[in-house]
Ligand binder design. Structure first.
Ligand code: SF4
Ligand code: SF4
Length: 70
């Protein structure tokens, strides 16, 4: 089943909080996250906004925000 993206929203990684633990990376069912050094980076167009990874982040660096504040 295709999951709907949230209109007008973007999945974002808070670069100030992320410390590269990689907990989120393995959880993404569509491999939209990669680790670049000590930072998780999202291929946003690939992200389905499924939110699976969001609770896994120990420092709450992951969110889906309205585009205008991204
Ligand atoms: S919200 Fe879902 S699709 Fe997007 S990066 Fe997280 S696990 Fe992957
Ligand atoms: S789980 Fe959080 S701190 Fe760990 S790599 Fe992902 S975004 Fe960064």
């Amino acid at each position: 089943m295709a999951m709907a993206r949230l209109d007008g929203h973007l999945f974002v990684v808070n670069e100030d909080r992320c410390f590269g633990c990689a907990a989120c990376i393995a959880l993404c069912p569509v491999d939209a996250l990669v680790l670049e050094g000590l930072l998780a980076v999202v291929n946003e167009p690939e992200c389905t906004h499924c939110e699976h990874c969001i609770p896994a982040c120990p420092v709450h660096a992951l969110s889906i925000d309205p585009e205008e504040i991204c």
